[in-house]
Write a protein that binds this ligand. Structure first.
Ligand SMILES: [Zn+2]
Length: 425
């Protein structure tokens, strides 16, 4: 007999078994949220070639989009306020309620608000929140819109990269090769659409909006490919700006890297899984500029924002990257083409350089000595400071080797930069 055929059970047994299963399910849910929260906090989705926890939940755990979104939101709230785990385990709160409560929870109100929401339905929690945080009235009349159905297509959106809620725009499959696109546009977009329709009349006499949109996307993609990947119908070897800006990637290198990696993150997990992210793509130097890396085809690859950061942390350490992010947040908005960290003071650069060298595996004493010995050399950016300090360490290492120092001096075997001229590119 199938384990799922229950026709033989008495009503009493059926209800008792159901109650046992619900209790077990609540405990499993609490444990599941705790695991999601910890995996999320450790960013273990990154080595699995997923650009976010949301992508990991869908691609590896095979959760549905909305289930993944809800569980991650609830898990993050419970990590901040661990009393939520117990409340879910004993049935006082459900995940949907936690998602509603999460934006309103603070250290001051958490205990009281979670207690007030205990054993309430989702609708009752909405009422509770509306009473405490009233929102302005909606306009009296809105144009009626049919309900949106269907789910976002993987081809259109491979998954919200930063665990964003599912988009309200839908491209719904209707039949093979046919999709219904439904979206709301504002006045100016409508005017652009009408203007494009009028200008395209000689090529699209019917004015069919689907064809107008197709032409518009062709034009947009050509522009974006040129901006992002240096794509052009008449390629020429770029005038190299590398002499002045070591981070500059020439167009011919961009084109070759794009041809090799495609429009997708090139990060591959140890299991051989490649990251599927196609948004937030950045060009990454395999050997960082600070370590003498050049903008060559072999040294450049396409990475998503999450994996670019992950690789930088693997090389320089989390403390170094955290310090840079904090500084970038505090710094005034950078002008296009300049690094936010450029606003750092010499003392901040010195402090970050120390963290970076420590992250690379050098001892505190080695890092401080190298920084002191190269302090007189001209450097205005963190990358320059790191490059000349690493060159100093390399020189010291070479001297020790020639003097017969033990090979174990090399910190963690991680010193493999080519020395570059101090202050040079
Ligand atoms: Zn990636």
């Amino acid at each position: 007999m199938s384990a799922y055929s229950l026709t033989h059970l008495s009503d009493q047994t059926l209800l008792a078994d159901l109650a046992v299963l619900v209790t077990a399910d609540r405990h499993t849910t609490a444990a599941l949220l705790a695991h999601i929260a910890e995996v999320d906090a450790r960013a273990l989705y990154l080595p699995a070639a997923c650009s976010s926890m949301h992508v990991y939940c869908m691609r590896v755990l095979h959760l549905a989009e909305d289930a993944a979104f809800k569980r991650i939101r609830a898990a993050r709230a419970a990590r901040r306020f661990p009393q939520i785990f117990g409340a879910i385990a004993d049935g006082r709160l459900h995940s949907s309620g936690v998602v509603l409560l999460a934006p309103h929870l603070t250290d001051d109100n958490a205990d009281e608000l979670l207690a007030a929401a205990g054993h309430k339905s989702k609708a009752e929690i909405e009422v509770l929140l509306a009473q405490r945080w009233p929102r302005p009235d909606l306009p009296t009349q809105l144009e009626p819109r049919p309900a949106l159905t269907g789910s976002p297509l993987p081809e259109v959106a491979p998954g919200p990269p930063r665990d964003a809620p599912p988009s309200t725009t839908r491209a719904t499959p209707l039949a093979p090769q046919r999709f219904a696109l439904q979206l709301t546009i504002d006045q100016s977009t409508q005017e652009k659409l009408m203007r494009a329709q009028a200008l395209l009349r000689h090529r699209v006499p019917s004015g069919e909006l689907a064809q107008v949109l197709d032409h518009a996307l062709d034009a947009l993609l050509t522009t974006l490919a040129r901006e992002k990947f240096g794509a052009t119908a008449r390629p020429r070897t770029a005038q190299s700006r590398a002499g002045t800006d070591p981070r500059h990637v020439p167009s011919d290198v961009k084109r070759a890297v794009h041809a090799r990696d495609g429009e997708q993150c090139a990060f591959v997990s140890e299991e051989g899984e490649r990251c599927l992210e196609r948004g937030f793509l950045e060009l990454d130097h395999r050997t960082p500029v600070a370590r003498g890396g050049q903008a060559t085809i072999d040294n450049t690859r396409v990475l998503c924002k999450s994996h670019n950061r992950y690789e930088a942390e693997r090389i320089f350490g989390a403390a170094f990257m955290q310090s840079r992010r904090t500084r970038a947040r505090k710094a005034p908005k950078a002008q296009p083409g300049t690094a936010p960290a450029g606003a750092a003071t010499p003392a901040e650069i010195e402090s970050d350089a120390l963290l970076g060298l420590r992250g690379l595996g050098f001892t505190d004493a080695e890092a401080r000595t190298a920084l002191a010995r190269s302090a007189h050399l001209p450097s205005t950016t963190l990358e320059q400071r790191l490059r000349i300090s690493l060159a100093e360490l390399h020189r010291a290492h070479a001297n020790r080797c020639s003097e017969g120092a033990p090979a174990s001096w090399q910190p963690g075997g991680r010193l493999f930069i080519a020395p570059t001229a101090p202050g040079g590119p």
